[in-house]
Each structure stands twice: as structure tokens, then as C-alpha cells.
Design a protein around this ligand. Sequence first.
Ligand code: DX5
Ligand code: ZN
Length: 214
Amino acid sequence: MSKVIISPSILSADFANLEQEISAVKKAGADWLHIDVMDGHFVPNITIGVPVVKSLRKVTGLILDTHLMIDNPDKFIHAFAQAGSDILTFHYEACADRAEEIIDKIKTEGVKAGISIKPKTDPREIIPFLNKVDLVLIMTVEPGFGGQEFMHECAMKIPVIKENAPKSLIIQVDGGINNLTSKICTSLGANSLVAGSYIFGNCDYIKAIKSLQQ
Ligand code: DX5
Ligand code: ZN
């Protein structure tokens, strides 16, 4: 099996020491850095915005995997791309009738495009876009907060996406990922794991990341 991409979610990192936290997960073997952007409308929480991404870009060479949990994602694509995001993943539910337009807009910025679905969304709805995106993010919790319990039924969407996707598609899962739920997802075909509380809540980042890679 090819290597699984580990993307620690900084939502569970120590925000007062982000630079140190990022360099620690990089040293521990992280492949990407997952940045959760929330607007208080699409999800009931507010987190990180463009200036933080811009600052992080200055201190890390890790791929900035930016998860936009926001309404009207098209309004912010240019700003996040300019700030240094390498991947921009938007939520299908935020703009279902304009998904293709949003994907094109992200690609025009020269960054990779991802599409994400919430737990209640049928994965078959995004099949028409699988040839256009680089990544599909399957939420395995309701987006908005770290530290929630993995929703097993969401993992069953992975094979639906995999069966209909080009080989190069990255299938990412996010929410409640730990050393056990990661195995469920990778065995079903996920090849990128986002983990926040499991990595940053562990006193040994190397051990935590290794356990996700196995
Ligand atoms: C939740 C975010 C996740 C979150 C995951 O809406 O999209 O990236 O940080 O946190 P854990 O891994 O703790 O479930
Ligand atoms: Zn996320």
C-alpha cells in the first residue's frame, strides 16, 4: 500500500506557540498541515483566517492543507491562495449549485482543489466532480469542533468515492481519527488522514503519527 498522507489539524495545537508546534509535528513525520477555517455561519465556531495562514507560510515549508468551513468560499479563494495555501478544500453544501465554478476558480489560482462533504451528505452527489478535483474530504464528524467521536457510518462513503474516482484522487478523512479509526479508513481506501486532538493531545507526537501510518 502506498504511503498515507498525515495532515495534523492545528485546531488542537497550542495557539500561543504555533511555530514550535508546527516544527514539532514536522520533525515527528507530518506530511501536511491541516488548517481549519471557520466562519461562525457555515459552522457554529470561528477559528483561523487569512492573516494566520500568511504568517504560517513564513515559518514552514509544509503543504498548507486549508479546509474552508465557510459560506461563499469563492469570496476568499484568492486571499487564501495568496496567503500561501497549497490546497483549498471547500464544502459542497456551501455552494452545491456552483461547485464546478468554485473548483475552476481554485485551479486558476494555481493551487490544488478539494471538495468536502458533511456527514449527512450523500457521496453520490459529488461524483460528477471527481475528475475535476485533486482531493475529496469526507467528514467523519459534524464540522465545527475538534475532539468529537468518529462517526462510523461516514467511513462507508470512502468506497463509494474510491469506486468512482480516478486513481490519482486523494481521499481524505477528518474527524475523530485515532490509531484505531485510522485503520478503518485506510482499509476502506482513504489515503490521507487529518488528526487534531489525537496528535496534539499526545505527549509523544512521533508515536502518535507513527501509529496513524501503520
Ligand atoms: C472539525 C475540523 C477538524 C478537527 C478534527 O470541524 O474540520 O479538522 O480539527 O479534530 P479531531 O481530530 O480532534 O477530531
Ligand atoms: Zn478539518
